[in-house]
Design a protein around this ligand. Structure first.
Ligand code: F6R
Length: 258
């Protein structure tokens, strides 16, 4: 696992560089897209690059990680709407190229199974962007999630609903209690994973993710078993890391590997 400690602005540019490099070599790459606040700078940078004609998503495809259950289609806080507003509508994906689980489906189990299968049928995710919850979730795999889990319905923790109330006008009662989420087993099949975290509120979760024991209590720790993970964090999110000095030293002295 590579840990890069840098400013929030550079995080957006560095991840956009990686995505641009992937698309240059594989224009029909499959991207795994996170919602929430952490990836916004990445999406801003990619939108600017598409405007300049430096990058194109015309042949790429995307899969989002998760969706609230029970919000009507088009709800402004639904992750389908969020990814469309924050990213898809600002770049040049072909119509229908970005899929999201349907949290309003009448048969949620069938929707979850079909969504998981569609990722496999697309050839799997080449590069997955992740954020991390303050309770250590990735996608909405809350503590106690099976490391082998596939896309399914989960119950959100009070902590996650409290954290996300800011998107719902500060009203925790407006935050749904359930979601459809890619499983930890689904996410682990991505060929490359980039996790982004900003701010002191993420410091404990980042410490556990990078340096803690692999445990169901901190679901993100499963990423320690993935062969190609990059964690990009600002100094505040890095403030609990025991080996922060080493990660900074290793990055400053990184070797270019072809
Ligand atoms: C969003 C998602 C979540 C968020 C996490 C952090 O699709 O899967 O795991 O990445 O809750 O959210 P932010 O970035 O808003 O702090």
């Amino acid at each position: 696992m590579e840990v890069i400690i840098t400013s929030e602005g550079s995080i957006g540019e560095l991840v956009a560089d990686d995505i641009a490099a992937l698309l240059a070599g594989k224009p029909d790459a499959v991207l795994g897209l996170a919602t929430g606040s952490s990836p916004l700078r990445i999406y801003d940078s990619l939108a600017a690059r598409v405007q300049r004609g430096d990058v194109s998503f015309a042949r790429a495809r995307g899969f989002t990680l998760d969706e609230y259950v029970g919000l009507p289609a088009g709800h402004p806080c639904g992750y389908r709407t969020v990814i469309d507003d924050e990213f898809v509508s600002r770049v040049d994906f072909a119509a229908g190229a970005v899929r999201a689980p349907d949290g309003a489906a009448s048969d949620l189990a069938a929707e979850a199974e079909s969504y998981d299968r569609s990722i496999t049928e697309a050839g799997g995710v080449d590069l997955q962007i992740l954020g991390i919850g303050t309770d250590g979730h990735i996608a909405f795999n809350e503590p106690g999630s099976s490391f082998a889990s596939r896309t399914r319905v989960k119950t959100l923790t009070e902590q996650t609903r409290r954290d996300n109330a800011r998107f719902f006008g500060g009203d925790i009662d407006a935050v749904p209690r359930h979601c459809l989420t890619q499983g930890l087993g689904t996410i682990m099949q991505a060929r490359r994973i980039i996790l982004v975290a900003i701010g002191k509120g993420k410091a404990e979760a980042v410490h556990q993710l990078v340096e803690g024991a692999v445990s169901a209590l901190w679901p993100a720790t499963i990423l320690q078993h993935h062969p190609h993970v990059t964690v990009l964090i600002d100094a505040a999110a890095a403030s609990r890391l025991q080996l922060a000095g080493y990660y900074r030293y290793a990055y400053a002295n990184r070797v270019a590997v072809a």
